[in-house]
Design a protein around this ligand. Structure first.
Ligand SMILES: [Fe+2]
Ligand SMILES: [Fe+2]
Length: 287
């Protein structure tokens, strides 16, 4: 992951676009990630948390929207809300495909919904936004990893890759929005870092739990030990690559744009959507 010394987003420019996408997951295989059950269930676990989770992100930003004075940031918030809304719908479609495989996803979705509703009643608007910033940091560093590692995403079934690479691109595009809102409205670095410690534990334990729950409920997939070992080795490499970027969040002057994604997002905009104009805008924004 490339780092720059930039500490703020380029205010006065907004290159975030909302793209309506539709996906067809018919004929997608059950083990859509390199024919590997564990890796497939890991992405499925993430997808199951996305629709309610991303609505919560939007909710936490909307909570404080009337306190944002920067006009460009207001525009970015609109784009952030639009992108997250599209992601929620797309992952609902993906989750419907998962359900069509005979996997009982409703108790998991209900549990996600209840946890989030509980958080809304117990946490202040500052804490809720700090939760969103923490989870957006996780999504941003994972998304940038996906964009930068063709060997990783080429293992995905092409239909599934289309969903995840679009989502990865847009997570990278809007990675600073919730963070910039938090800094403008609260700028409380102690709470931001404290919430990240809590979210690290809860997010990683929840995704691990869901992944292994899905795997253990699959009598065929759970016996594929050789595949599990290969998956764990691959995940160990991913985690060790991402650890420094994760830890950057604990710096007092951290900003998501310190992880430079200008070139990689321009490349993927062109590759996925032929949006060459964005490359020029992005380039102009950093010169
Ligand atoms: Fe998203
Ligand atoms: Fe996001």
């Amino acid at each position: 992951m490339t780092r720059t010394t930039a500490s703020t987003s380029p205010r006065g420019t907004s290159t975030i676009q909302v793209r309506r996408q539709s996906f067809d997951f018919a004929t997608t295989p059950k083990y859509y990630f390199d024919n590997n059950p564990l890796l497939s269930y890991l992405l499925t676990a993430l997808s199951l948390t996305f629709p309610h989770g991303e609505r919560f992100f939007v909710h936490s930003v909307r909570n404080v929207r009337d306190r944002i004075k920067d006009d460009t940031l207001q525009k970015e918030v609109s784009a952030f809300i639009g992108q997250e809304a599209m992601h929620s719908h797309a992952h609902e479609d993906f989750n419907t495909f998962v359900e069509s495989l005979g996997i009982d996803i409703q108790p998991i979705l209900q549990s996600e919904y209840e946890k989030i509703e509980y958080a809304k009643t117990k946490l202040s608007s500052k804490q809720q936004l700090a939760v969103t910033c923490a989870l957006e940091h996780f999504t941003a560093i994972i998304a940038q990893y996906l964009l930068e590692h063709p060997d990783f995403h080429k293992q995905l079934n092409p239909r599934v890759a289309q969903l995840w690479m679009w989502h990865a691109l847009e997570e990278t595009e809007h990675k600073a929005v919730a963070f910039d809102v938090y800094q403008e409205v609260f700028a409380d670095q102690a709470i931001r870092k404290r919430i990240m410690r809590v979210i690290t534990t809860t997010f990683l334990s929840r995704i691990s739990y869901l992944t292994f729950k899905l795997l253990l409920n699959d009598p065929v997939g759970r016996k594929q030990w050789r595949q599990h070992i290969a998956a764990l080795k691959q995940l160990k490499d991913v985690f060790s690559t991402l650890a420094p970027a994760y830890l950057d969040y604990y710096q007092d002057n951290f900003h998501p744009n310190q992880h430079d994604s200008t070139q990689i997002t321009a490349q993927w905009r062109e590759q996925l959507f032929g949006e060459q104009i964005d490359k020029e805008v992005a380039s102009a924004a950093i010169h």
